[in-house]
Ligand binder design. Sequence first.
Ligand SMILES: Cc1cc2nc3c(=O)[nH]c(=O)nc-3n(C[C@H](O)[C@H](O)[C@H](O)COP(=O)(O)O)c2cc1C
Ligand code: SF4
Length: 448
Amino acid sequence: MGIKLLLANDHIEGIRFYDAYRKNGGYSAAEKALKLAAGDIVEEVKKSGLRGRGGAGFPTGLKWSFLAKPEGVPRYLVCNADESEPGTFKDRYLMEFIPHLLIEGMIIASYALGSNRAYIYIRGEYAWIVDILEQAIAEANQNGFLGKNILGTGFDCQIYVQRGAGAYICGEETALIESLEGKRGNPRIKPPFPAVKGLWDSPTVVNNVETLAAVVPIMNMGGTEYARIGVGKSTGTKLISACGNINKPGVYEIDMTISVEEFIYSDEYCGGIANGKQLKACIPGGSSVPILPANLLLKTAKGEPRMMNYESLSDGGFATGSMMGSGGFEVLDEDQCIVRHTLSLARFYHHESCGQCSPCREGTGWMKRILHNIEYGKGKMSDIDLLWDIQRNIEGNTICPLGDAAAWPVAAAIRHFRDEFEWHVLNPEDCLKSNYGIGRYAEPLETA
Ligand SMILES: Cc1cc2nc3c(=O)[nH]c(=O)nc-3n(C[C@H](O)[C@H](O)[C@H](O)COP(=O)(O)O)c2cc1C
Ligand code: SF4
């Protein structure tokens, strides 16, 4: 059994509520933290090596230390609970089953950052979790962990929950801030970064749900002890939401020292490929990260076992590696069509583009239409190179990383599965019949 820090108590009856959470050690980290100086907490988080769990993996302690502290200006903590990346559902699990872990982490972070108002921006579709969070916040208020003069320290803090309206782009931190301010969720040009000019132009830290929850075990065990778990710059534990063609989809906590092979095939985690099929490919960190074929997923290009951590998953760069991303681990078996899968992602990114930058606005739609034609037996060989050119011209040329997120899956699919694209072009009739081309229903031709 691997080490469990976040999900150690998720099986305990009633852990969703204050009494059971408290009885099982809950809020002891907040009690400990609020006796320290704010700067000492930031140092402790730095020592832990915790990296943001929202996707980019930026060191959390460092981010906190960047927060500007101008005199007389409020500071804000914002919890990013938008979680709209296809394949990622680990924050939902934390909030639904152990909401007090997030609330406790936010109290500690707010104290460390000097923020008296904190927000949870939650994806609109998680409507039932809003009630769970609001109940947890009410319980924390009733028991003196939120509100005025928390635990007699003179520190005031309140947490508010705000629902989004179902836009993936509102997970990008500056779009989230715009949306929280009541505006359309368009990403801002950076700099200035939120740490200097964020919510209502005030210094703001935006952190993922899992990042904030991880602050609780860090305070309980100390940053140095936390950093001993894991390997290299992948310290502590990581939640992985596993889905696709596996026997046991679900949310797993890993300590980042296990191999991808163990994660997929052991009964403790995914339990192997469903229906006795073969592993074909995997998107290891949410839909935005490059897909890896089975051989590069299980072993790096150097022939070493691929491990479930930040460094190993990205080993080889995008040529032969991928990313840990948000921890959305999607497994594809031998029957899955890569062209169809890539088309499905392209549709998503086109739909979710906010439209501010032309490479993303036009390029995502263009890629979608070309992929559609290839998938439905109307593609040309030159379309594959055209797709490659379009994705290359989107990457790095946009205001926010959604453009990259749309480009990378297309690039990786062509890089590793070009033969499947060519097969579709060469076998237009079969595209509509076979498993490769899927095409179980007819769709109108889209003009590229
Ligand atoms: C299109 C897009 C969607 C994103 N969605 C999320 C999300 O749902 N949750 C999240 O925590 N971070 C998301 N991010 C990353 C955030 O911008 C930000 O880096 C993160 O919330 C920082 O928290 P962390 O440092 O704790 O990881 C998204 C980024 C992009 C570009
Ligand atoms: S990259 Fe796409 S989503 Fe991001 S700001 Fe530009 S148009 Fe909007």
